[in-house]
Design a binder for this molecule. Structure first.
Ligand code: PLP
Length: 454
């Protein structure tokens, strides 16, 4: 249980009086009151009504090592006592930042020897925009400024991050930046009719080549994509997709940015998702799992192609954040990565708990509301469809106005599990420490909640 010295109703009132939440209808939230989270341990959370909830989303895809790791809080405490802050502008550096940059260079794919630190994934993708445009300027190609992303991709919430992403609801609020274009997402369930998955992967990658030719290759700076789309609903691309994207980028000399904010640090059963997808990106965006969310930290791994030009020809790089290389955040990351390595979490997801999660999750296919359940490492998703037995076709999506995803999410919570709804797609991304017994518990709870949704 949870020791509590506050009144939940009063906290909810203060919350709606003063706190504007991200991605939230403020008036709607005020009417029902926010859930007050008070404690976490391992894969479980407790709210102020003393509900124990299995966190199927690792917070927001980030608490990879689970809650309650005292060795991380101790590392943070020690660093705060020694040097809570100093900037890395103006010819200074600090020990945790140097140690973390060194460790990242060790565990990243071999082309990465340099890192630029930020405090979030959004800032890291803003950094990418400046980096790739600067790179092409230094290469004497001042027209090469367009970056291609994907519809339903997610690259953050700053104006540039949202522009790279393909969420139309975000483009409508705050507008776009110039020189960004989008192509379709590799969503087989949505667009692959009449093709094998392998064929569809090549077709979907081909949309990149069409867009490059349409814009003019001499205008295109970079392509950015998530190895597996997360916020878009866990869209797992066919295995043919990414190698073909790489081939097209190479053919036109275009920089490849892998946004690994979710897929970095073990989530797909490889340290970085690029390894699983067999691509060799020029830049990797990271955040979330680098500290398991204990302290905000993000950054860009800068591959040798870009780093050498920036360092040898670039002079001043006019970019940076007060908190670039924050010593406390870097200390948290060092301890978090030590845990991931010492507990062999990446290997567990690759060969043990990951395949088990997939097998259990895919077994939900026999449920009358479920189609296309799929998993890759420790991300998984399924589509809610109208009861199969009542239909002529084997499955039919709900109307978005039915709001079934949100209803199902409510039943999930009542069954003690947090799952996220993206339209009518239900997704999980559990902490990498989840055991097989806990996977059984999670999938049982999901099944009960699906029954309640029927
Ligand atoms: N890129 C991806 C792939 C993400 O999933 C996210 C966050 O969910 C971001 C970027 C933005 O990161 P942040 O919310 O830390 O700014």
């Amino acid at each position: 249980g949870v020791q509590q010295d506050f009144d939940t109703a009063a906290v909810r009132e203060l919350d709606s009086a003063h706190f504007i939440h991200p991605f939230t209808d403020h008036a709607a939230l005020a009417a029902k009151g926010a859930r007050v989270m008070v404690r976490g341990e391992g894969i479980y959370l407790w709210d102020s009504d003393n509900n124990k909830i299995l966190d199927g989303m690792s917070g927001l895809w980030c608490v990879n090592v689970g809650y309650g790791r005292t060795s991380i809080s101790q590392a943070v405490y020690r660093q705060m006592e020694t040097l809570p802050f100093y900037n890395s502008f103006f010819n200074t550096t600090n020990l945790p930042a140097v140690q973390l940059a060194t460790l990242l260079a060790e565990i990243a794919p071999p082309q990465f020897k340099h890192v630029f630190f930020t405090s979030s994934g959004s800032e890291a993708n803003d950094t990418n925009v400046r980096l790739v445009r600067r790179y092409w300027d230094l290469m004497g190609c001042k027209d090469r400024h367009t970056i291609i992303g994907r519809y339903n991709g997610y690259h953050g919430s700053t104006v540039a991050g949202a522009a790279l992403g393909g969420m139309s609801g975000m483009h409508e609020q705050g507008g776009m930046i110039p020189n960004v274009a989008h192509i379709g997402q590799p969503n087989y369930a949505e667009s692959g009719r009449g093709m094998t998955e392998a064929e569809f992967g090549i077709v979907a990658a081909g949309w990149l080549e069409e867009k490059i030719l349409d814009l003019g290759p001499e205008k295109v700076a970079a392509f950015i994509g998530e190895p597996v789309q997360g916020a878009g609903g866990v869209i797992i691309p066919p295995s043919t997709y990414w190698p073909e994207i790489q081939r097209i980028c190479d053919k036109y000399g275009i920089l490849l940015i892998a946004d690994e904010v979710i897929t970095g640090f073990g989530r797909l059963g490889t340290m970085f998702g690029s390894e699983l997808m067999q691509i060799k990106p020029d830049l990797i965006t990271f955040a979330k799992g680098v500290t398991s969310g204990y302290v905000p930290l993000g950054g860009v791994l800068v591959g040798s192609r870009v780093a050498s030009v920036l360092i040898e020809k670039g002079g001043d790089f006019n970019h940076g954040f007060t908190y670039s290389g924050h010593p406390v955040a870097c200390a948290a990351a060092l301890e978090n990565l030590r845990i991931i390595q010492e507990e062999n979490l990446v290997n567990a997801v690759a060969v043990d708990t990951g395949p088990y999660l997939r097998q259990k999750f895919v077994s939900l296919a026999d449920h009358p509301l479920v189609s296309h359940p799929d998993a890759c490492g420790f991300v998984a998703g399924l589509n809610l469809v109208k009861k199969k037995a009542e239909l002529v076709h084997d499955c039919e999506p709900f109307e978005s106005s039915d709001g079934v995803g949100m209803i199902c999410r409510g039943h999930m919570f009542n069954n003690g599990i947090i799952m996220r709804a993206v339209g009518d797609r239900m997704i999980v991304a559990p902490p990498l420490v989840m055991t097989k017994v806990q996977i059984d518990e999670m999938v049982d709870r999901i099944r009960d909640a699906l029954d309640a949704t029927l």
